[in-house]
Design a protein around this ligand. Structure first.
Ligand code: G1P
Length: 302
């Protein structure tokens, strides 16, 4: 069954991860709230979902993540104080996250049993319709409209859609890796998926990055998915079952992304994200670029 274009409204954002790659910064602060220039990483992700037409966002949270809920709540004291000072610009920035928060819902994962388990926790909220999944560690540059493309592909082809990106072969063990046959310019038919293979066992250098548009049939698969890599219930394994299934909701299409992605859960990549987005920041960019130019005179254009 195909839906009208633009009819996918729901997005699930798992945010229960511990942020172990970024300790001690993430000891008391959820990794999703680390600032990328002046906004927490998670705000970019929610903006991306909303920009793509997802008006209903479910976050799957865990213990120690309460500050994420606060970020998307109303903040009348802070906003009132800024307004009283006549600082409408900053009051507006505070108001933006509260505005986004009106359509953000929360459910707890309870036990950290893996990404597949986190997505399954969204079942009651999502119901029987295709939905997007955005992983909070993966920031996609807002100029590169990946999610919109994936939603379009799901509407046209049905089944599920996963974002793939070419990675250096030695990095295969950081990702889910796809076996795929070409379909068109940026599309492939996914025929196999393996979670974090040893580089010599990777079926290709096409890695799963954190954007998915899933058919609701994924929930049935997740229910019967046994713990896999790392003893966790892997979304990758449930998607593999759909890739090899028949009938309504079967099949997985890969969209090969060639734009800019920042893994903000990794310290080096995080630094790169801050620099790249800092250079383009409407208020800070000009001064920041001048400072960078001064420090690193031999570097090329931004
Ligand atoms: C998860 C997925 C993996 C995917 C990756 C993308 O892994 O399990 O298949 O390639 O996200 O960032 P994680 O990074 O949560 O271990």
């Amino acid at each position: 069954m195909t839906q009208r274009a633009g009819s996918i409204r729901k997005a699930v954002i798992p945010v229960a991860g511990l942020g172990t790659r970024f300790v001690p910064a993430t000891k008391a602060v959820p990794k999703e709230l680390l600032p990328v220039v002046d906004r927490p990483a998670i705000e970019y992700i929610v903006e991306e979902a909303v920009r793509a037409g997802c008006t209903d966002v479910l976050m799957v949270t865990g213990r120690g993540k309460g500050a994420i809920e606060d970020h998307f709540d109303q903040a009348p004291e802070l906003q009132g104080a800024l307004e009283a000072k006549g600082d409408d610009q900053r009051a507006g920035r505070v108001g933006r996250s509260s505005e986004l928060g009106r359509d953000v819902h929360f459910v707890r994962q309870g036990e950290a049993l893996g990404l597949g388990h986190a997505v399954l926790r969204g079942r009651a909220h999502v119901g029987d319709e295709p939905f997007a999944v955005l992983l909070g560690d993966d920031m996609i540059d807002e100029e590169d409209r990946l999610l919109e493309r994936m939603l379009q592909v799901q509407t046209e082809r049905g089944g599920s859609v996963v974002a793939l990106m070419e990675v250096p072969p030695e990095h295969a063990d950081r990702y889910g890796c796809a076996e795929a046959t070409p379909l068109g310019e940026d599309l492939v038919q996914v025929t196999g998926l393996v979670e974090k293979p040893a580089p010599e066992e990777a079926p290709s250098n096409l890695a799963v990055i954190g954007r998915y548009v899933l058919h609701p049939r994924i929930f049935e698969e997740l229910e019967r998915t046994q713990p896999g890599k790392g003893g966790e219930i892997q979304l990758t394994d449930a998607m593999l079952a759909l890739a090899n299934a028949d009938g309504d909701g079967a099949g997985v299409t890969g969209v090969v992304f060639r734009g800019r992605r920042y893994d903000t859960g990794d310290r080096l990549e995080y630094l790169k994200a801050v620099v790249q987005l800092g250079e383009r920041h409407p208020e800070l960019g000009e001064d920041f670029r001048a400072w960078l130019q001064d420090r690193v005179p031999a570097r090329g254009p931004a």
